[in-house]
Design a protein around this ligand. Structure first.
Ligand code: BEZ
Length: 211
């Protein structure tokens, strides 16, 4: 059955470039990103893994661990990492799952046979500290992902996990946020002392509360 938001991210053990990993143990008590790419030694994937390596500090700041996956084997991953490091001027600093038996790909429905029978698509799962799936996105093989967007969504998820707010279209860290509909307008000043604007009774804005 397809995974949906709010489901527990299925646990698994897998061989990775950093040894055997149990997924839930690897995530620990923090946030996680599991992302698949179609194949090793392909141009778009090479740029993607390099981009994620360069963002390691940004993910760490958000208490988020990343882990990649493709259906190629460990030896292939290891040799390809040398190419990524060389061409993208970085050092791959996160594990890549060698999912040759497709166990994890199938568990997470990452192979879309009508797109390609043999390879995973570009799936992304963001997982919260409660091990529940908070975000699922699927990109086509030919489109490299925007990992700044992923950081933006994690910022939004972490904010809304702690405050009764949501984030509006194109929101970025530091901008005003939306007060959750469940909060009565008369209760806003007590909860959001930095101020608020009532644009419509259902559209109330307040400065980002954790700054
Ligand atoms: C790539 O990573 O470059 C790629 C992979 C599969 C299809 C097209 C491009």
């Amino acid at each position: 059955m397809a995974l949906r938001l709010g489901d527990i991210a299925p646990d698994f053990s897998a061989e990775t470039t950093e040894g055997t990993i149990n997924f839930h143990e690897y995530l620990g008590t923090g946030w996680g990103v599991l992302f698949s790419h179609p194949a090793d030694y392909t141009p778009v994937c090479t740029t993607e893994l390099g981009a994620v390596a360069k963002l390691k500090d940004e993910f760490s700041k958000r208490n988020t661990k990343v882990i990649a996956l493709s259906v190629d084997g460990l030896e292939s991953h290891r040799l390809w990492i040398d190419d990524i490091n060389e061409t993208q001027n970085t050092v791959v600093n996160f594990p890549i799952i060698a999912d040759q038996d497709r166990k994890v790909s199938e568990l997470y429905d990452m192979i879309h046979p009508n797109s390609n029978e043999n390879f995973t698509v570009r799936s992304v799962f963001v997982i919260g500290p409660d091990k529940k799936i908070k975000l699922i996105i699927t990109y086509p093989a030919s489109t490299g992902r925007n990992f700044d967007e992923l950081l933006r969504v994690i910022d939004s998820l972490q904010l809304t996990a702690n405050y009764s707010v949501a984030t509006p279209a194109n929101w970025k860290h530091g901008e005003d946020v939306v007060v959750a509909p469940a909060i009565k307008t008369e209760d806003i000043p007590g909860k959001f002392p930095k101020g608020h604007k009532v644009i419509k009774p259902y559209l109330r804005m307040t400065p980002q509360p954790d700054l």
